[in-house]
Each structure stands twice: as C-alpha cells, then as structure tokens.
Design a protein around this ligand. Structure first.
Ligand SMILES: [Zn+2]
Length: 88
C-alpha cells in the first residue's frame, strides 16, 4: 500500500485517493489551429513510462483537492507532491 502526502492534509493511505492521469500533458493553445493527430494526442494518447513520472491524483475521500505526485512507476517511490500550479 502507498502512503501519499496530500499537500493540503498530510500523509494519508492510498485508499483515500484516486489516480487522475498524466500531469505532463499540456492543453493546446486556445483558438490555435491544430491537426487531428495533435488533438488525439492531447485527448487520448498517453505514454506508459517505467520510472519517474508526474501524475495527477485526487484526494477523493479527504479534502477533494487535485494535486501532482512525482513518483517512480516501477518502485512506487514518491519523490514529491505538489499543488496543481506548482512545477517540479
Ligand atoms: Zn487532502
């Protein structure tokens, strides 16, 4: 079981959280013409990296805030948690 440090509440059990996806995906610029491939990449296509990855998590059974987790997908080691607007 993972223990995740919510930036708002502190360390809690993984059971209180829901995975929210890749936090490195950037939304295309508003009103900018983009190709179907770029739109597909933004909406559907995700990498499944082995190693360090930045992810969104939702503290669904706690404060209900979204935040980022910098985690190793192979070892599950958590390096850092950040508020959504913070960068690594
Ligand atoms: Zn929380």
């Amino acid at each position: 079981m993972l223990f995740i440090k919510c930036p708002y509440c502190g360390i809690r059990s993984q059971n209180e959280f829901a995975y929210g996806g890749d936090a490195t995906v950037k939304r295309p610029e508003l009103n900018k013409e983009i190709s179907d491939k770029e739109w597909d990449d933004f909406v559907y296509n995700r990498k499944s990296p082995r190693g360090k990855h930045l992810e969104f998590w939702h503290h669904i059974s706690g404060c209900r805030q979204w935040f980022k987790v910098h985690r190793d997908t192979a070892t599950h080691e958590i390096f850092k948690t950040l508020k959504p607007h913070e960068e690594l």
